[in-house]
Design a binder for this molecule. Structure first.
Ligand code: IPE
Ligand code: IPE
Ligand code: MG
Length: 224
């Protein structure tokens, strides 16, 4: 059976779900948060150590201001109401991406990271204002600045996912088959699951099915 330490998820389909069931994209974003909580529970249940959640891409700034504002207000509420619960569950929260939000949100994110820094049960990487291309460019610039040889090992040291294993599983919900600038380097050998369901409809049982399937896959890594 394949080992499993890290699952990464592109949580796509909130807007379509919201429009379909509640006539508002924002309602879909709100509903998507419930799925986040369910998936965190199942991740712990499965004893998976790392969960990376794509919540806002560097390209998502192209969305209407009102939607962006709503997304960040949801995130603020989530941090305010849930961080102690996460902390009590021994969960560590880490942001990957560039934290250039409002002073309030930046502060909440920093506080959440600080509070949970020592936790060991599960590390949640929240990909926020994250773009894989920009992450790689920043890493290359650091390599150059420090006069280091460009090789895989050195580059990996400067990625925001340093110290953690590459995701064995990458899931994208929402019936769309693309990576949208997510973990391009780290997903070089990930098993990719494109899921038809929209994120708010994605259930623990769907997640469990994917994990079960993953465990039986023959992973070659170029060998036979
Ligand atoms: C993903 O859902 C969440 C974010 C990008 C914040 P979308 O908002 O992209 O939902 P669809 O794809 O429009 O349905
Ligand atoms: C990817 O979803 C980003 C997140 C889930 C946060 P998008 O809905 O933004 O992706 P595209 O634009 O359709 O590729
Ligand atoms: Mg989308």
């Amino acid at each position: 059976m394949n080992p499993l330490k890290h699952v990464a998820i592109i949580m796509d389909g909130n807007g379509r779900w919201g429009l379909k069931y509640k006539k508002s994209r924002n309602a879909g974003h709100r509903a998507g948060l419930n799925t986040v909580e369910k998936i965190i529970k199942e991740t712990i249940n499965q004893k998976i150590k790392y969960l990376t959640l794509y919540a806002f891409s560097t390209e998502n700034w192209k969305r209407p201001r009102k939607e962006i504002k709503y997304l960040f207000s949801l995130l603020e509420d989530f941090l305010i109401t849930k961080i102690d619960e996460l902390n009590n569950q021994n969960i560590k929260l880490k942001v990957i991406g560039i934290k250039n939000f409002s002073t309030k949100l930046n502060k909440l994110l920093n506080l959440a990271e600080k509070k949970t820094f020592k936790n060991t049960k599960l590390q949640i990487n929240l990909a926020l204002n994250y773009g894989s291309k920009s992450e790689i460019i920043i890493a290359l610039k650091k390599l150059k600045k420090n006069n280091q040889i460009i090789n895989e090992q050195n580059l990996t040291k400067y990625l925001q996912t340093k110290d953690i294993p590459d995701p064995e599983i990458l899931i994208r919900t929402g019936n769309t088959q693309r990576l949208s600038n997510f973990l391009l380097w780290q997903a070089a050998y990930s098993e990719i699951f494109f899921e038809k369901k929209l994120w708010p409809s994605f259930e623990r049982s769907d997640f469990k099915k994917i994990i079960k399937k993953y465990k039986t896959i023959k992973r070659n890594f170029g060998s036979i």
